[in-house]
Design a protein around this ligand. Structure first.
Ligand code: 5GP
Ligand code: 5GP
Ligand code: 5GP
Length: 208
């Protein structure tokens, strides 16, 4: 194992805006525990390479095991809700994220550590608070991409990646925010490469 070369370069920590997941042409479904609070939710913690590519599904033998995250369950339900249909309690989403992404950083983080690292990052990067302080609120209004990037850069010291999708009327809207994290899953770093975001220069911040 000592001679194993590094199997990824950094993580993307990705948070999604529920309003933008739910107001597209596809429907969304609230979790069985009820409508999530109007806050960014975790989408995933994704191992990535500096050239923009990424590994996936790295260990078919490492299946998702509920018992390893039993103590994190109530936090995961609040901070990492699943909005896909049919309505679920989150296990399908967490299991997908572990198997697709988490298995590629197992050299650094086992299953419990992986989910715990994501929850700690969510505490550290309070996007809604950062945006609200800059006067950017989920009120269906339009904001410049630059103002969103600048507010986050000011707060965490690094430029984030912003991904947009389209609401059912075709407006470009704030969907996901990527920040970069070192391979330990704890320290924020400058992104070695930013995802292509498909955002217009002015984007809507949807109500939820
Ligand atoms: P999409 O096609 O919606 O951009 O991405 C679909 C899925 O591919 C994401 O949910 C995620 O699992 C994976 N993915 C997309 N872009 C990236 C990326 O830049 N890095 C990593 N690690 N995974 C990505
Ligand atoms: P795109 O055309 O946006 O680059 O990628 C389309 C889909 O291909 C993404 O949603 C993602 O699922 C997959 N994809 C893109 N790049 C990679 C990669 O480097 N590795 C893997 N495993 N999938 C990728
Ligand atoms: P990715 O492969 O892009 O990391 O994750 C997307 C997968 O997780 C899709 O299969 C999607 O249906 C499922 N999923 C479950 N709940 C959610 C959710 O709340 N948001 C997103 N983006 N995907 C979800």
């Amino acid at each position: 194992l000592l001679c194993l070369s590094q199997d990824f370069d950094f993580f993307y920590f990705v948070q999604q805006w529920p309003g933008a997941y739910c107001d597209t042409k596809h429907t969304c479904c609230y979790p069985k525990t009820g409508k999530p609070v109007a806050d960014f939710g975790i989408h995933g913690l994704w191992p990535n390479y500096k050239d923009g590519s990424y590994p996936s599904n790295c260990d078919p033998d490492s299946v998702f095991d509920k018992s390893q995250i039993s103590e994190l369950m109530s936090s995961l339900e609040k901070k990492w809700p699943s909005l896909s249909c049919p309505s679920s309690n989150g296990f399908r989403f967490w299991s997908h994220e572990w198997e697709k992404h988490g298995t590629c950083s197992e050299s650094e983080l086992d299953q419990r550590d992986y989910f715990e690292a994501a929850l700690k990052l969510k505490e550290k990067v309070n996007l809604l608070q950062i945006l609200n302080k800059a006067g950017i609120e989920p009120d269906d209004g339009f904001y410049s991409l630059e103002s969103i990037v600048d507010a986050i850069k000011e707060a965490i010291g690094h430029a984030p990646g912003i991904e947009c999708n389209k609401d059912s009327a075709g407006n470009s809207q704030l969907y996901q925010i990527f920040v970069c994290v070192d391979t330990s899953g704890s320290e924020l770093i400058e992104c070695p490469v930013l995802p292509k975001g498909r955002c217009a220069s002015n984007l809507q911040f949807a109500k939820f």
